[in-house]
Design a protein around this ligand. Sequence first.
Ligand SMILES: O=P(O)(O)OC[C@@]1(O)O[C@H](CO)[C@@H](O)[C@@H]1O
Ligand SMILES: [Mn+2]
Length: 439
Amino acid sequence: MAESPAFLSAKDEGSFAYLTIKDRTPQILTKVIDTLHRHKSEFFEKHGEEGIEAEKKAISLLSKLRNELQTDKPITPLVDKCVDTHIWNQYLEYQRSLLNEGDGEPRWFFSPWLFVECYMYRRIHEAIVQSPPIHDFDVFKESKEENFFESQDSIDALCTHLLQLKPTKGLREEQIQDEFFKLLQISLWGNKCDLSLSGGESSSQKADIINCLQDLKPFILINDTESLWALLSKLKKTVETPVVRVDIVLDNSGFELITDLVLADFLFSSELATEIHFHGKSIPWFVSDVTVHDFNWIVEHMKSSNLESMSTCGACWEAYARMGRWVYHDHAFWTLPHPYCVMPQVAPDLYAELQKAHLILFKGDLNYRKLMGDRKWKFTFPFHQALSGFHPAPLCSIRTLKCELQVGLQPGQAEQLTASDPHWLTTGRYGILQFDGPL
Ligand SMILES: O=P(O)(O)OC[C@@]1(O)O[C@H](CO)[C@@H](O)[C@@H]1O
Ligand SMILES: [Mn+2]
């Protein structure tokens, strides 16, 4: 089997990985420190002097982390006592074992980008966990909530659109297919609202996304939605499959999560799926990624909205969860640095869970990087092969491009894009719906 290509890394000066580690991650750390500063009086009100001491300790740990990153210090083992601490430290030793004589230590501007970037967010978690009594504070909570509040008009428009489709029994098959395609595209463009790309700056959805779909179509580089329709519509007609399970590996909270919940509601209401399983993160991650608190918070805020479209949807979503037809999971594996091709070895229970799905939707850029092992595959390399054996079930990546990694393109397509838009790989302007399955 041909050797796999090298990993994306900040050692490649001028690369997007390099610019992320050099510029964006220190900016994110500074915003985290600033957030803690701004919550000082809240910590005092809640915890007295202990709260002040905790805020000081967390800030000192985060400032140390920022200095290590900016001066390319060696990656150090985690010292907290979390469920995944030993797995992280084993992985650090694994990274060390890959180095050649004279390479020095695993470090920020040398080791694989995926490892050091995930490590940074895990060290942020360590700094908070080690600062009781603020050990369960989500330093990204404010920006995730702000994204939701600033996207109200778009959320209202999207929920109104969904409610006009229900009950879907009145729709013809081709109408259901058409709406399915539209909601997949909306879920795709919802992925532009990612705060780790914007360095934590607001990236809420302002425009009415439904009316933009036609204009955005040319920016979809790979569109395998026909394969998704073929798979789900066939299952719907197959009496031997009374249960059709679709899993959504979530990405960002805020508007993107709403687009995913609207898609899930349509899948469920149209009976293209009989159960939806959501996979979120077990700790705050990459600024805007969904935790169980974010998931419950957003359903609750939808339900209690004074906009009828939102409150109706929120009540439906809460009911689906109560009926057990919508299930939320948050396995620790999703916040480890490992590529997905090693999931069967590292998290066999999660892999077995995913194997129960008829279709898995992976949202966002970080999931794509982990599906692809964050390696520098050729642009025309086949998606199925780049998955390196990760085939728990038919799957589809739904992501806007925010890193120098893309496979499965047609010959000449990348060259054409580079000529027309040199930054096509990293601005989030382009997206894919890329399928791997038995069809
Ligand atoms: O998974 P998302 O939320 O779509 O995007 C996450 C991400 O693109 O944000 C950073 C910006 O470069 C990358 O390091 C990382 O892959
Ligand atoms: Mn994200």
